[in-house]
Design a protein around this ligand. Sequence first.
Ligand code: ZN
Length: 323
Amino acid sequence: MALITLRKLLDKAAEGQYGVGGFNVNNMEQIQAIMEAARETSSPVILQASRGARQYANDTFLYHLMLAANELYPELPIVLHQDHGSAEACKSAVDMGYTSVMIDGSLKDDHKTPNSFEDNVRVTKEIVEYAHAKGVSVEAELGVIGGIEDGAGAGDMKSEYLTDPDQAVEFVKETGVDALAVAIGTSHGVYKFSKKPDHSVLVMDRIVEIHKRLPNTHLVMHGSSSVPQELLQEINQYGGAIKPTWGVPVKEIQMGIRHGVRKINVDTDTRLAVTAAIRKFFVEHPEKFDPREYLSEGRTANKKMIAERMKAFGQAGHAEDFK
Ligand SMILES: [Zn+2]
């Protein structure tokens, strides 16, 4: 199967009422973990690279690793997505051959200060015109998602940062985006909530309201790692020092999927899975030093985590939809 656009994938996901995980990639092992999980569960795939990832791995390396995935897994539909792009990053991703970009116009160029609605509309519209002309999909963000991840997101969560449903309607009408990331109280990184979050903390009602008003716009949840407590325990048991923290319960994400959420960004959970496995390996095998041995432990743990999420989001079994 060829590379497909985010629009095509999420249109099908909407028909089938399921969600699709957007998993971040920075290196070969992460890409392999995602692809193996997708093959095992027969899932469509979103490989997403942040600006930080493109810098870390080098643009050409990373792009060709993703093309290798496409070549080696011909039965799976794959979206190559730019995560949290500036206008410049989005344009270069489109030129390079990505099939989808996220323009993050919610923040100013310092990646900290919330942007004005007008400036967000302006830059998003510019990227929609550029990308759509080349058949590439666009995700945008309205409202501000907290936390810092690869330089994206404001520091503190404030209620005025949540996505306003009226503004969302106007934003989509003005820009013509394919997918909209909404701010509902989630944040990037591992430190999301200081206690197990309930319904009110997550403001899931916003999703219900926005979906009602914009039934044809695919909604995206960012900062949606669940931060499994057993992984934190494992990391700390093997010498880590992560402070108590909670993520977004999978049940809440599934509720979002019932109300128009089609893409769910997961990064922290995969980082935790890899770190736990490698820490454990180092403690249990202090005599070993072949990176292939511990990197493959990390890759296996990552694959298991991703396969679980693919099943929970409902995308498992849906690679077939694109035949
Ligand atoms: Zn994000």
